[in-house]
Design a protein around this ligand. Structure first.
Ligand SMILES: *Cc1c(COP(=O)(O)O)cnc(C)c1O
Length: 390
């Protein structure tokens, strides 16, 4: 008989009933050190007291109102995001996929408004992940995601990741936009070089194309900057955010410049739940905590410590690991073994990790993980790797 929950996931036989900071506690009492964070979502760990307070305070007042009315919590979060980024305006969604949909729609509307409605080609990259809607799978176009779901939405062309020559060839005066993750997440923790991102910005500028960044996974302090593109010293025209922004509450956003968003007038887009008071009350608290220089300095200090220990781990298990990659606390272990086997061996050592493409094991701890927890994580990973050899 079919599972009552649509079986689109291969789930591990573990269920959690409680979380405390970097720890997820299973129903059998086992305490797992959580280096997955619900895939880069729980940026401040589980049951963070500040976020619990923000949520419950709001829950006692009003949960949901329609976007037919003013929503002060939403305006406040928009103010915080505009204040800390390139953006002039923000639309709130419930997920990264919905943010991708709006980003794509905004690009199309921009060119339609410019009197060039046929200018629809968005250049994307192999290994990309932008979500699971029909638009988002067309954008990334990996075989695994698109097989059986055709015909795909037209207007996307995938280029090899990091191949600047291919991009130079492909980008023309008819390119609508270039869309990429500054650090590919699902694709295997693959950062774009700062120099390449600067060059992509310059190529977009000379072709007149919009630059759309997907910071759903790498944004909100994950790389040690509030947003990963800050390392390159450039700004996008449109940016997708989700995962970390809600600290565990479903929340996403599209940030845009006034120019990129100018055609998105009343009636062009909407969402029932997007920007709901509960989500935005939590999101604002996340932003207040994460968008702080002292907090981000700590993320970088911890990232350096973690990375150094991971280099030691790789050196100790040359037959299991090939190297460390990533930026900040968005870390990957490039594996010789199958990452799924390491994830499984991790369960036995009571540590949660996430596999990714390109033979990479993802480590996405809460950004406020403790130094002792980092040391503990590396010990558990060491035992997991050793168990694969035996
Ligand atoms: C997770 C992810 C998405 C999709 O977000 P959902 O909230 O799962 O819809 C889009 N882009 C990137 C880079 C992601 O990591």
């Amino acid at each position: 008989m079919m599972s009552h929950v649509l079986p689109t996931y291969n789930r591990a036989p573990i269920s959690f009933e409680k979380g405390e900071g970097a720890w997820a506690i299973a129903t059998d009492g086992t305490r797992y050190l959580d280096l997955g964070s619900g895939i880069a979502v729980n940026v401040l760990g589980h049951a963070n007291p500040d976020l619990v307070a923000a949520l419950t305070e709001q829950a006692g007042r009003i949960w949901h109102v329609s976007n037919l009315y003013q929503i002060p919590q939403q305006e406040r979060l928009a103010d915080l995001l505009v204040d800390k980024t390139f953006a002039d305006t923000v639309f709130f969604t419930n997920s990264g996929t919905e943010a991708a949909e709006l980003a794509i729609k905004m690009v199309r509307k921009y060119w339609d408004h410019a009197g060039d409605p046929d200018r629809i080609e968005i250049l994307t990259f192999e290994g990309a992940f932008h979500g699971r809607s029909t638009g988002a799978i067309a954008a990334a176009a990996s075989d695994k995601m698109v097989k059986g779901f055709g015909p795909l939405m037209p207007g996307f062309r995938q280029l090899p990741w990091g191949d600047m020559e291919a991009l130079k060839q492909a980008i023309t005066k008819t390119t609508a936009a270039v869309m990429l993750e500054p650090v590919q997440g699902e694709g295997g923790i693959r950062p774009i070089a700062d120099e390449d991102l600067r060059q992509i910005r310059a190529l977009c500028d000379s072709a007149g194309a919009l630059l759309v960044l997907d910071e759903v996974q790498c944004g909100v302090g994950r790389t040690g900057r509030l947003f990963a593109h800050e390392y390159a010293g450039i700004v996008p025209d449109i940016m997708m955010v989700a995962k970390g922004i809600g600290g565990g509450f479903p929340l996403g956003a599209v940030l845009a410049t006034e120019n990129a968003a100018k055609a998105m007038v009343a009636g062009t887009h909407g969402s029932t739940y997007g920007g709901n008071p509960l989500a935005c009350a939590v999101g604002a608290r996340v932003m207040e905590i994460v968008a702080d220089d002292a907090f981000l300095a700590e993320v970088n200090r911890k990232a350096a410590l973690f990375r150094q220990k991971l280099e030691g781990l790789v050196a100790a298990h040359p037959d299991v690991f090939e190297g460390v990659r990533g930026q900040g606390l968005m870390l990957g272990l490039k594996c010789k073994a199958a990452p799924a086997d390491l994830v499984k061996a991790g369960y036995a050592q009571e540590i949660l990790t996430v596999p990714a493409a390109d033979s990479t094991l993802r480590l996405l701890p809460p950004l406020n993980i403790g130094d002792d927890e980092i040391a503990e994580a590396v010990e558990r990973l060491d035992r997991a790797a050793a168990s694969l050899n035996g």
